[in-house]
Ligand binder design. Structure first.
Ligand code: 5GP
Ligand code: ZN
Length: 113
């Protein structure tokens, strides 16, 4: 995707604070952290959001989720964390490339929305 911010970050065209990478997944620190640890986990394949997930492409989302506990352990989030994926307008999604936020490093609020 030519005009996708996260595709450009994955390609190294826009710098990022990289924390994890494998054949399927790239993870980096959020530029505007909402918690002491705030990491974005994205599939290398462009998928717009969870709304676009199908049996044919769901492996890319699964690979992101498999990376989550590895990243959490590397970051020392032994007391827990939260994983969020915003979808569409009402979900507050601002970047139209599937991503999972990992938030942690403090006791998070009990509010979900
Ligand atoms: P969304 O609101 O779509 O769920 O999350 C997009 C996230 O991307 C936001 O938390 C925002 O701070 C982050 N973000 C936006 N632009 C950049 C950028 O250029 N670099 C990094 N590292 N994060 C970004
Ligand atoms: Zn993209």
């Amino acid at each position: 995707m030519e005009d996708c911010l996260f595709c450009k970050i994955i390609a190294g065209e826009i710098p990022s604070q990289h924390v994890y990478e494998d054949n399927w997944v790239y993870a980096f620190r959020d530029i505007n952290p909402q918690a002491p640890t705030h990491i974005l986990v994205v599939p290398k394949e462009h998928i717009s959001s969870l709304a676009e997930l199908t049996p044919a492409n769901s492996v890319h989302a699964v690979k992101c989720l498999e990376a989550v506990p590895i990243i959490a352990e590397n970051e020392g989030l032994s007391n827990g964390y939260r994983v969020i994926s915003n979808v569409g307008e009402d979900g507050g999604q601002t970047v139209k490339h599937l991503h999972f936020h990992i938030l942690g490093g403090r006791k998070l609020t009990e509010e979900m929305a």
